[in-house]
Design a binder for this molecule. Structure first.
Ligand SMILES: Nc1ncnc2c1ncn2[C@@H]1O[C@H](COP(=O)(O)OP(=O)(O)OP(=O)(O)O)[C@@H](O)[C@H]1O
Length: 248
């Protein structure tokens, strides 16, 4: 028996005022898939991720997280967010609490994991990313790359079914980008299901199984990363990629 998809979007539409920002998006993400959302600034990548994590409510369509219709307004958002780890461009660590408390907060408050167990898991994860010695620090004592690795650890601490990454290296100094991307690469190798919006085309090409090109709030093209990058079918995809990768 094959497991059903982790995430399924059916005809998702989102408007801000009179402007339609997502114009009917269908997307299926299977277990262990790593999907890269690419597209120009303003194409709707962040909005799509924000709709999946219920920071925005959709105007039409449905979003399924496994068997749960999470677009149903009766579904409690905090329960869903504990099932979806999210990391944004700006390091969203709480500045007034220590690294370890940032990492354990959702486990303790939402999933009611006892503090000792939550901290043991947090330390194990922090150790894996080389940051166990920072557990008792406040976030502003860490570099941007270290903060973003903590944000990723926080996102995976609840064992989410899906990890959403929204331009997580855009605010980093160039020399700090690699340490964050290496961690994402490790997670993908371990089988974490990931949807990431990214401008890092080389990374998307190397790590993603599937690439989804958004333009004007609709999916123009999607397919295996190697195919979309090497032989884009659509002119709009070609034009977009040639700006990043040079003409093919
Ligand atoms: N809260 C909001 N209110 C009004 N318009 C919004 C809001 N959020 C996003 N938009 C608009 O929706 C469109 C899509 O924005 P979105 O941030 O999803 O694009 P993006 O592809 O993620 O861009 P970038 O690569 O720059 O992050 C843009 O035109 C943006 O101005």
């Amino acid at each position: 028996m094959t497991a059903g998809p982790v995430l399924r979007l059916d005809g998702v539409r989102k408007r801000f005022g009179d402007t339609e920002v997502l114009g009917g998006v269908d997307l299926t993400v299977g277990e262990h898939d790593v999907v890269a959302l690419i597209g120009a600034s303003g194409s709707g990548k962040s909005t799509l991720l924000r709709c999946i994590t219920l920071l925005e409510r959709i105007d039409d369509g449905q979003i399924w997280l496994r068997e749960t219709d999470i677009s149903d307004p009766r579904v409690p958002a905090d329960r869903i967010r504990a099932r979806i780890g999210t990391v944004f461009q700006q390091f969203n660590l709480f500045p007034h609490i220590r690294v370890i408390d940032n990492v354990t907060l959702a486990s303790r408050k939402v999933l009611k994991v006892p503090r000792a167990a939550a901290e043991a898991r947090a330390l194990e994860l922090l150790d894996r990313v080389g940051l166990a010695d920072k557990a008792r620090e406040y976030p502003d004592r860490l570099s941007g790359g270290q903060q973003q690795r903590v944000a990723i650890v926080r996102a995976i601490a609840t064992n989410p079914e899906l990890l959403l990454l929204d331009e997580i290296t855009s605010a980093l100094d160039p020399e700090l980008v690699a340490e964050v991307l290496d961690l994402v690469r490790d997670l993908s190798t371990e089988g974490t299901t990931i949807v990431m919006a990214t401008h890092e085309m080389a990374f998307a090409r190397d790590v993603a199984d599937r690439v989804v090109f958004l333009d004007g709030g609709v999916i123009v093209e999607e397919g295996p990363a190697a195919e979309v990058f090497q032989r884009p079918r659509e002119e709009r995809t070609r034009a977009f990629l040639s700006r990043f990768l040079g003409p093919s």
